[in-house]
Design a protein around this ligand. Sequence first.
Ligand SMILES: NC(=O)C1=CN([C@@H]2O[C@H](COP(=O)(O)OP(=O)(O)OC[C@H]3O[C@@H](n4cnc5c(N)ncnc54)[C@H](O)[C@@H]3O)[C@@H](O)[C@H]2O)C=CC1
Ligand SMILES: O=C(O)CCC(=O)N[C@@H](CCC(=O)O)C(=O)O
Length: 487
Amino acid sequence: MNTHYIAGQWQPGQGESLQSLDPVSQAVLWQGQGATAAQVDAAVAAARGAFSLWAAHSLDGRIAVLERFAACLKSRADEVARAIGEETGKPLWEAATEVNSMVGKVAISIQSYRERTGEKSGPLGDATAVLRHKPHGVVAVFGPYNFPGHLPNGHIVPALLAGNCVLFKPSELTPKVAELTVKCWIEAGLPEGVLSLLQGGRETGVALAGHPGIDGLFFTGSSRTGNLLHTQFAGRPDKILALEMGGNNPLIVDQVADVDAAVYTIVQSAFISAGQRCTCARRLLVPQGEWGDALLARLVQVAGQIKVGRFDEQPAPFMGSVISLQAAAQLMQAQQDLLAGGATALLAMTQPQEGAALLTPGILDVTAVNDRPDEEFFGPLLQVIRYDNFEAAIAEANATAYGLAAGLLSDSRARFEQFWLHSRAGIVNWNKQLTGAASTAPFGGIGASGNHRASAYYAADYCAYPVAGLESESLALPATLTPGVTL
Ligand SMILES: NC(=O)C1=CN([C@@H]2O[C@H](COP(=O)(O)OP(=O)(O)OC[C@H]3O[C@@H](n4cnc5c(N)ncnc54)[C@H](O)[C@@H]3O)[C@@H](O)[C@H]2O)C=CC1
Ligand SMILES: O=C(O)CCC(=O)N[C@@H](CCC(=O)O)C(=O)O
């Protein structure tokens, strides 16, 4: 099977065997072998060979390729959305929004490139001060499985636009979506070697991340892998590393007037994509007392009726499956561990069909659990913590090493200002769902969620470095010479 795209050629892998499975039916959607270290070498060599020409292309020339890529995606939107639905399990309506985000990324990246890393010049003394940006060279992009199109695209598009060559290693769980995406780049006329596709798991990732021929690595994935990469890149200031990682995101609910609006916003925050968004609310902070009890009762009622189903089921489900049977088993185990540690199930997460990675929404009250794990449970499992007062809620929200997204549902502006001042996260929302971050804004976290290189609108910043210069058309002596120099 020709599953890797290296130096402008499709070729078979020579590494470990890989399969991508439909998480519900377990049907094989894609199979092949991962790229070996030698194949990674060949892709890096091709990228190094292609770099100077691609970087020297006019910006308009690169933009033209990007726009043809967007047009190709648009024309194949149904096919790409179907592949996303099949491989990840997310419902077709949601997969279609992912393809839209991929298309939209091109225009937004062009705008961001011009605004944040374009060219500026102005007079400085008898010279012109000029600021331009240069690409880093050859960069690796590692993608996660939860947005197999949109999130790698969020690195690849701005990286290519800035003039870098890219080695793309998608998640081993979503190779088919990656293959379709790369086919659109080829159709767009990207020159040979500028983009390679290296399918594979850990073995391929390790070979690529450690390759001396890369100038940088742009990663979206778990905090565990991101931390490994950070350790590996320590002592390498010559290489740029951008890490977009997970979160243990808090959503505080204050006593609001519209309970149903709060419940709807909580559902969209915790259970969209079956809880497999890095921005999903993981911890729901609810006031002690009658009002909090009533809110939770309504939440349990609504969440208990959420339609869960196969990605292509009609009428459409709100939640599809999680990515794999293994992920489903790990989540069920996490629920079991929390219950054993003293949690109460307000709504138990269940796996209704053996052999299918479909999970129903789970809501656990973990207030009584001592030493609550500061972990990201990447699925539809929401932990509720009851609080006594607003200050305690803010302290609880910040009781995490992560810092990706945090939110408040409150009718009080003063409370939001207090929350904003004290919260520690890259996204802080008020009366809006935590999920669905805009591509027109920076996207990144602090703490264990990132390394201060925000992506989305600010991806332009890590795709190019600034070069400042003083320029003059002619070389001439200054009007006054410095003391001590005679000519
Ligand atoms: N902050 C953000 O922008 C986002 C973060 N995420 C996070 O991603 C995670 C889910 O995605 P996953 O695919 O499970 O992440 P993951 O960390 O398992 O994998 C991400 C990528 O790294 C590769 N990889 C794994 N081990 C490696 C190693 N030792 N060396 C080199 N490469 C290695 C994988 O093959 C994959 O391509 C969640 O934690 C989620 O929060 C997901 C989307 C957005
Ligand atoms: O990168 C962008 O263009 C915006 C970031 C984005 O789309 N975030 C999404 C998905 C990220 C995730 O949770 O995995 C979101 O915030 O829902």
